[in-house]
Design a protein around this ligand. Structure first.
Ligand SMILES: Cc1ncc(COP(=O)(O)OP(=O)(O)O)c(N)n1
Ligand SMILES: Cc1nc(C(=O)O)sc1CCOP(=O)(O)O
Ligand SMILES: [Mg+2]
Length: 211
């Protein structure tokens, strides 16, 4: 595998239902203005058509800001919208299958839930690894481990792939998470539930850059 660049540092994972104070497209735009440089659309409860329509709207918006779009789980939507990439976990289409069916995928993310996964072909073909989760979070409860900072350090020592930290990430822990070895921080609530998504993103981004 040729190692690709992964310059992204603040990753917004968004769904319409996670957005508390503003419409999701407004949250995306404000977040990008505040410093988000990668966005994932994660619609766990939408049918394919609704997911696709949301993806088209977000893609059109993000293209104006030259910010890449990642689609969660759904290969058909990702391909139809010509997304930058896709994120999958251990219960989804395996990364090797995605490589076979989507030759032009630019960025393939894969969730890591245990250390054994690091030695698999699925991990090998991924462009970045999501450390799933750093801390338990009410936003996603079907997780099996809480990696903590030690988990980031352990994974960092094992792989040189870009590492994305997710799960209860916020401005209060962003610096220590980056210092422990994560390249990028992914958030849902810290931006989607903020009164001011632009300010929330800016605060997070500043903490990341200070680390
Ligand atoms: C950046 C990032 N990391 C991890 C996940 C979780 O993916 P997965 O384990 O497939 O769980 P769902 O998001 O599909 O519920 C993610 N989405 N993004
Ligand atoms: C989408 C997602 N994946 C996770 C994982 O552990 O794989 S945790 C998560 C949700 C993160 O939400 P918040 O920033 O609100 O804690
Ligand atoms: Mg998934």
């Amino acid at each position: 595998m040729v190692k690709k660049e992964f310059p992204y540092r603040l990753y917004l994972v968004i769904s319409e239902e996670a957005c508390v104070h503003h419409a999701y497209l407004k949250v995306v735009e404000q977040a990008v203005k505040g410093g988000v440089d990668l966005v994932q659309l994660r619609e766990k409860n939408s049918c394919t058509e609704a997911f696709l329509q949301k993806a088209i709207l977000i893609k059109n918006l993000l293209d104006q800001y030259h910010v890449p779009l990642i689609i969660n789980d759904h290969l058909e939507v990702a391909q139809k919208v010509e997304a930058f990439g896709i994120h999958v976990g251990t219960s989804d289409i395996p990364p090797t299958q995605i490589r076979k069916n989507w030759k032009k995928v630019n960025c393939l993310g894969y969730s890591i839930e245990d250390l054994q996964q690091l030695n698999t072909q699925e991990t090998h073909v991924a462009d970045y690894l999501g450390i799933s989760p750093i801390f338990n979070t009410p936003t996603k409860t079907d997780t099996i481990i809480e990696w903590g900072l030690i988990g980031i350090e352990t994974i960092r020592a094992t792989t040189d792939k870009p590492l994305v930290a997710i799960g209860q990430m916020n401005a209060g822990n962003a610096q220590e998470v980056i210092k422990a070895g994560a390249n990028c921080i992914a958030v849902v609530s810290a931006i989607c539930a903020a009164q001011n998504p632009a300010k929330a993103a800016e605060h997070l981004r500043n903490e990341i850059e200070k680390a």
